[in-house]
Design a protein around this ligand. Structure first.
Ligand SMILES: [Cu+2]
Length: 114
């Protein structure tokens, strides 16, 4: 297997890529922004309510067989592209929001930023 570009310093590109893939943070200490996972499975956002700090990243991972998206609920102020099965999308959380899936509007979730 090809070797990935090795990380030469903390917080490098590889670190971000790994965080994205695994949902884990490799940062050691300090007030570093966290990455949170929201899994989309069985037509639900899980967890449906998430509490994060400003600047944290939320990664939405579609584990269903059908396409979903993540659409801000009050005015569609942001929206993910369509997320086919096995794909993901991430957003940096700045303000609290409620969201839904525009393909399946019964799918709802909320992010509280505080
Ligand atoms: Cu959906």
């Amino acid at each position: 297997m090809r070797r990935p570009i090795l990380m030469t310093k903390r917080g490098g590109v590889l670190c971000c890529a790994l965080m994205f893939l695994t949902g884990f943070s490799f940062s050691g200490a300090g007030p570093v922004a966290k990455t949170h996972r929201v899994e989309i499975r069985q037509m639900k956002f899980n967890p449906s309510h998430l509490s994060v700090k400003p600047g944290d990243t939320v990664v939405f991972i579609n584990l269903d067989m059908v396409t979903h998206d993540v659409t801000e609920a009050t005015g569609q102020s942001w929206k993910s592209p369509p997320l086919p099965a096995k794909s993901s999308w991430k957003k940096v959380a700045r303000t609290s929001a409620t969201y839904y899936c525009s393909f399946h509007p019964v799918m709802k979730g909320a992010i509280t930023v505080k």
